[in-house]
Design a binder for this molecule. Structure first.
Ligand SMILES: NC(=O)C1=CN([C@@H]2O[C@H](COP(=O)(O)OP(=O)(O)OC[C@H]3O[C@@H](n4cnc5c(N)ncnc54)[C@H](OP(=O)(O)O)[C@@H]3O)[C@@H](O)[C@H]2O)[C@@H](O)CC1
Ligand SMILES: Nc1ncnc2c1ncn2[C@@H]1O[C@H](COP(=O)(O)OP(=O)(O)O)[C@@H](O)[C@H]1O
Ligand SMILES: [K+]
Length: 532
């Protein structure tokens, strides 16, 4: 697993590492520039003319080291200097002096352009654009001169490499700077990040703009050994594959878990049909679906293998509600927000408390949870909110509903807050509800209140209705098949994402949740072959 650190922690690690090794921080800048140069050469061996844009801090210093290596290797270099090099101090100044000292002996083209000159010059003779404008030191919205040069650099249809982090991305949140509603950010094909990954590099817009992410540790092999706590960990499907419950040749459907999906109110059948289909196609031995009777025929026609049972009113539901035969319950997709749904929520949650059957709450299940924050959830419940649902759950006030009746949430944080603080929000929700929280979105954060993992990534085709229902079905299915809820949440999240990527192929739009469910089935079986 890959630790993800805050910028503050990275800075402390750098300092402590240099002290421990008895080296100057300038040595780290040297290593950063040298390793980025080698990566650029590996990625774009044909590039003979390097355009390197520098800002005002250490990130600029890294860029000047890259420039020196490029000149030494015989390449042409054009520097775009937002801040004049004569004003540099400290390590960036040293990097500048070292570059000057080799410049006299080199015979290649070496130009230095200020901002105005760069904006007036045709830069298209460059083969490669290197962003050494700003790294982890950026604060607030980008100044105008940076926005101007970024717009110009992004227009060049040349390979683009960012040093440490694309200029305009905030390394702690992964959000990017904007101006007049437009993102002001370097659009990299690859980013060479230094020392250790920053939390934001697995979240939000960083996923869109950083391109291939390459980590160069600069010799810091054990970032965890400097006493800095990572904010979260990243991991991938390869690291999770062992969590897939094993399946034997001999046995019966009763050995492979019975998943129950509850939802599908009077006009909302699709969501629970998708969730139940995902549970079945990812390997649950049996799947039952409880759905409003008006939707039951639709469920049967889509998936007759699922045992659909229809309810008409809350009292019908009570007759259905023997939960003891299920190994996992997925609750909420399309359930509705009427009084029947409310009674069903209270009934099911109360009944589950008396069992050790884990419950996955999604969609309207989360809506009702936010109204009844004090209802103790069944042990090892999993909540799967998107940013909007996370807001509602965060804002909901703790009250004893059994004495006060329904409560209305008091809105105080908004989705912007959730997006900016994804790790903290997932941890807070997990603690508040004593559950595992799967905070969905571009970079899904999973937390049990202590540890946090960032999984999956961003893909435009995933912004489509029904994908969350599929995820609920997958998590419920893996729990029913024997995975611990925490493992099921991790595995399902990563399979769901990887399946969406492979199903989407080159499509950015028009991928359906049903296709992704088929993709999950294929991927689960590929994993099964690998581990068996
Ligand atoms: N330390 C180490 O050991 C190592 C560090 N390394 C490298 O250092 C980088 C971090 O360097 P850093 O801290 O100097 O910050 P950096 O990103 O260059 O920017 C600072 C400058 O940005 C400016 N600025 C700020 N906000 C702005 C805005 N909104 N719009 C415009 N300008 C803005 C700010 O100017 P000011 O506002 O203060 O005048 C200041 O001058 C890191 O990413 C990695 O590449 C590697 O060499 C490995 C070893
Ligand atoms: N841009 C994106 N990149 C990656 N994953 C995304 C993106 N947008 C949505 N998703 C994923 O798609 C699913 C959407 O869930 P949700 O919003 O609950 O959808 P629905 O309620 O329609 O089923 C989540 O798993 C979420 O992480
Ligand atoms: K940069």
């Amino acid at each position: 697993m890959q630790p993800l650190f805050s910028v503050d922690s990275i800075k402390k690690i750098e300092r402590n590492f240099a002290k421990q090794e008895g080296i100057e921080l300038y040595e780290l800048m040297q290593r950063a520039g040298a390793s980025a140069f080698e990566q650029a050469r590996r990625l774009w061996p044909q590039a003979g003319h390097w355009l390197i844009a520098t800002g005002a801090g250490n990130n600029a210093g890294d860029g000047l080291v890259v420039a020196r290596h490029a000149l030494l290797a015989g390449f042409d270099v054009t520097l775009v200097a937002i801040k004049p090099y004569r004003e540099f101090r400290g390590d960036p100044e040293k990097a500048w002096q070292e570059l000057l000292s080799i410049k006299k002996d080199s015979h290649q083209r070496f130009d230095i352009l200020g901002l105005e000159q760069a904006l007036d010059t045709d830069l298209s003779s460059a083969d490669l654009v290197v962003d050494a404008l700003l790294g982890t030191g950026v604060k607030g919205a980008l100044k105008d001169e940076y926005c101007q040069i970024l717009e110009r650099l992004n227009q060049l249809s040349r390979p683009k490499l960012a040093l440490d982090i694309p200029t305009g991305i905030y390394a702690d949140s992964g959000l990017c700077s904007t101006k007049n509603g437009k993102d002001t950010v370097f659009q990299a094909d690859a980013t060479v990040s230094f020392v250790a990954l920053k939390t934001g590099q697995r979240l939000n817009q960083a996923l869109q703009y950083q391109g291939e992410l390459i980590l160069e540790t600069l010799g810091v092999r054990h970032a965890l050994s400097f006493g800095e706590e990572p904010e979260a960990y990243g991991c991938n499907l390869q690291q999770l594959k062992e969590k897939l419950p094993t399946r034997h040749d001999v046995g019966s459907k009763f050995d492979c878990g019975h998943a129950l999906l509850i939802g599908g109110g009077a006009h909302l059948g699709g969501a629970v049909i998708l969730a139940a289909s995902a549970a079945l196609k990812s390997g649950a031995g049996m799947v039952s679906g409880w759905i409003h009777h008006s939707q039951q025929a639709a469920g049967l026609s889509v998936c007759p293998e699922i045992m659909w049972r229809g309810y008409n009113s809350h009292s019908d539901f009570q007759e259905l509600a023997d939960l003891s035969r299920y190994q996992a319950v997925g609750f909420g997709p399309g359930l509705g927000r009427d009084s029947t749904a409310e009674q069903i929520f209270l009934d099911v949650i109360t009944k589950l408390q008396a069992t050790d059957i884990p419950c996955v709450l999604d969609a309207d299940g989360l809506y009702w949870l936010a109204k009844y924050t004090s209802v103790p959830l069944p042990v090892q419940s999993v909540l799967t909110p998107h940013a909007g649902e996370a807001c509602r759950l965060l804002n909901a006030q703790e009250e004893d509903v059994f004495s006060t009746g329904r409560i209305e949430p008091q809105l105080s944080v908004d989705t912007a807050y959730v997006t900016q603080n994804r790790i903290k929000v997932a941890q807070t929700l997990a603690k508040k509800y004593s559950a595992i929280c799967v905070l969905k979105g571009a970079g899904t954060v999973i937390s049990d209140g202590e540890q946090a993992l960032v999984l999956a990534g961003a893909h435009p085709a995933m912004m489509t209705a029904g994908l969350g229902d599929a995820l609920t079905g997958l998590i419920t299915s893996f729990i029913a098949q024997g995975a611990k809820p925490w493992d099921a949440a991790l595995l399902a999240t990563e399979i769901h994402y990887e399946a969406a990527l492979s199903v989407a192929a080159n499509r950015r739009r028009g991928v359906t949740a049903s296709e992704v469910i088929e993709g999950c089935s294929i991927l689960v079986n590929q994993l099964d072959q690998v581990i068996n």
